[in-house]
Design a protein around this ligand. Sequence first.
Ligand SMILES: *Cc1c(COP(=O)(O)O)cnc(C)c1O
Length: 226
Amino acid sequence: MTSISNRLQDILATIQSAKLVAHRTHPVNLLAVSKAQSTSAIREAYVAGQKLFGENYLQEALDKQSQLADLAIEWHFIGPIQSNKTQLIAQHFDWVHSVDRLKVAQRLNDARPNTLAPLQVCIQVNISNEESKSGVTQQELETLAKAISLMPQLKLRGLMAIPEPSTDNNKQRLQFKQVRECYDALLAKGFSLDTLSIGMSDDYPIAIEEGATIVRIGSALFGARQ
Ligand SMILES: *Cc1c(COP(=O)(O)O)cnc(C)c1O
């Protein structure tokens, strides 16, 4: 039986080799996606050295945070955001990857306590993913990025995307390239960004080759979700 610790080491090694293949020198961070995983699994990963964890569902995340309050975890919210959940998200997370509309950004900004560092945010972009209703279109992206840049309690770090799953590596690569092009276009317009949150268990080496700086990995680390 493979332990979480062994799988963590394998994933970190795969990240390193993908960086080498693509001659990428910037850091690539592993975000452990712990939705539907137990707090004991999270503890096991933490003890093995993992510090960044991502959750999709607010109530589940809050329950786990209170049970894991003794650990110095950096918590990332990566799920769809209903506007009535923004206050608790702004109070209990370090990062939010899934900001996809002005109203949500404004509410997160307004609810972020002054006593905490600004909330680190990514805008979720919808790359030709017909099934997912989440994410801004490429046309809406710059307007939202400008608005967030002016919000004092938010720090815009970059973009996140969940491309349509595909077993065709070339198709997957093309989708990552599109996100990368949106990111480069914002950089060219003067936004200072350093985060491209793309790549999951089945495709993270390709995402790294296309410029990912955060890969969000669940099942490859923890095993299948319950
Ligand atoms: C569940 C989830 C992941 C992780 O998926 P795996 O395929 O288990 O690695 C990554 N990102 C988001 C937004 C998710 O909801």
